[in-house]
Design a protein around this ligand. Structure first.
Ligand code: SF4
Ligand code: SF4
Length: 468
């Protein structure tokens, strides 16, 4: 099976319960943003502008758990910001487990190894030595760290930690191979750390997924190579979604100056070109997301947006209408469901009800549409896909030259900084924010799609610098 049986049954029960009760709208996945602070400053991060005033704000633990109970989604995706910065992340995961939910911890991977060492220290016993020895041999844990794990004190043993369980996935943000990924997250070495964290997690028995956003400049071949590489590391599944800009200013430029939209953002047509192989990928790799949504991405069908099924909860409340757009925040999920005019959003028969939705095909709007479809044929292909055998790890994935950036001396920051300083001196690039510390309250975080205009500009400048 592509997704573990117990988890599939839980989700299926939830859908059947609501269909029998004829509930018109209900939550499938809660996108929980306990904070918007991040240790990285990715240029395309959609949360940087939107929540720039609330970075120090956090949703209290009880409120996070209350939001999950209120919408009762069987799955909770803890995102942000970087959720591993949230001071009560362990208690949050434990609390959600106590509620019986499936949990995805959407992380940039930088703090994962630290959290897993905490787990090892809390649960150390001589039986753990084999795994510890392997981690040291593979240079995923240093000798010094191994000693600290062995000599963990009472405080370390009592700590609430993130334990491996089939009900939780690390969901690691990987947007390409080393050069591309480090470029997008704007720090060399992040890809290497993600891969080390994924390897360590697999040794310790965690479930690991990855999430990838495909941008206008993303090379399709690189995405396939990335899947091959991740698959040979025994990654359990992959989420992939098109990046999407709905920046009104860009639309205005198109309208007033007659520019081709393709120059600016991922249109539906471009998305379909990028995702033309998704069904093949779904056979080769464990792609999470329904085959109905894959057909939609590949341009074989239309779907209607069901953004209410993947609601977002953050420091301001329930965000409407969706993860991407904010027309308001509501204190209660049911209030949001009842107040928002959902008929105003999405694309129906090729016509956008809201101009900002025109090119959107993101998973948080359309993946649940695939899962909730009432058509018998859709139910059948969804079941067949999920109950079908899980693709084997890609045996030749080790051949992929994944470390094609800073690891082989081909770092990008010096080159990019030079390009930025020379040609973008007035632009406010995230490179200028720089630094390794947690970002100050002028910048925020939120993995996922958003305005990528800064990154688009930057990539063009880097390309120009390379050509000289
Ligand atoms: S179509 Fe996209 S942007 Fe529009 S409401 Fe749905 S998810 Fe949001
Ligand atoms: S996309 Fe945003 S939240 Fe995610 S790692 Fe980058 S800066 Fe942090």
């Amino acid at each position: 099976m592509r997704f573990p049986l117990a988890l599939t049954v839980k989700i299926a029960r939830h859908i059947i319960k609501h269909k029998l009760a004829r509930t018109p709208k209900f939550a499938m996945v809660l996108q929980l943003e306990p904070l918007h602070t991040c240790n990285l400053t990715c240029t395309g991060c959609g949360r940087i502008r939107e929540y720039s005033t609330s970075l120090k704000d956090m949703v209290p633990l009880e409120q996070c758990l209350g939001a999950a109970a209120e919408c009762d989604a069987p799955m909770v995706s803890i995102c942000g910001g970087e959720p591993l910065i949230y001071p009560k992340i362990e208690e949050l995961i434990q609390g959600l487990r106590d509620q019986g939910r499936i949990i995805y911890v959407c992380t940039n991977g930088v703090f994962m190894r630290k959290k897993m060492r905490d787990y090892m220290a809390a649960h150390y016993s001589p039986e753990m030595e084999t795994k510890l020895a392997q981690l040291v041999k593979d240079e995923l844990v240093s000798e010094k760290e191994a000693e600290q794990i062995r000599k963990s004190d009472e405080a370390a043993k009592k700590k609430v930690v993130i334990k491996p369980t089939k009900w939780m996935y690390w969901n690691v943000h990987v947007d390409g191979l080393e050069y591309t990924h480090d470029l997008i997250v704007e720090r060399e070495g992040v890809f290497k750390e993600c891969i080390a964290a994924i390897k360590m997690a697999k040794v310790l028995g965690y479930q690991v997924a990855t999430n990838t956003t495909v941008y206008k400049e993303t090379e399709v071949q690189e995405i396939e190579d990335m899947f091959k590489f991740l698959s040979h590391l025994n990654v359990d599944g992959h989420t992939i979604s098109p990046g999407y800009d709905y920046d009104a200013a860009k639309k205005d430029m198109v309208a007033r100056r007659g520019f081709d939209p393709k120059e600016f953002f991922l249109t539906r047509e471009l998305t379909r070109q990028k995702f033309k192989d998704i069904e093949k990928w779904g056979e080769m790799f464990t792609i999470f997301g329904t085959p109905v949504y894959q057909e939609f991405l590949a341009g074989k069908r239309e779907l209607t947006c069901t953004a209410w099924a993947i609601p977002t909860y953050n420091v301001k409340g329930w965000k409407a209408p969706c993860y991407l757009m904010t027309d308001g925040h509501y204190p209660k999920y049911q209030e949001m469901l009842g107040t928002v005019n959902w008929e105003k959003y999405g694309v129906v028969d090729g016509v956008a009800r809201d101009p900002r939705c025109e090119n959107c095909m993101v998973h948080c709007g359309y993946d649940p549409s695939g899962a909730l479809s009432n058509k018998p044929r859709d139910t059948w292909i969804n079941m067949k896909y999920n109950f079908g055998s899980k693709p084997a790890p890609y045996a030749e994935g080790y051949k992929v030259k994944a470390f094609n950036g800073v690891s082989i001396g081909k770092g990008h920051l010096a080159e990019a900084k030079a390009a930025v300083n020379k040609e973008m001196s007035g632009a406010k690039s995230a490179f200028a924010r720089g630094g390794n510390d947690i970002v100050p309250d002028t910048a925020g975080g939120g993995c996922g799609t958003g305005d990528s205009s800064q990154r688009d500009d930057l990539l063009k400048k880097i390309e120009a610098a390379k050509d000289k």
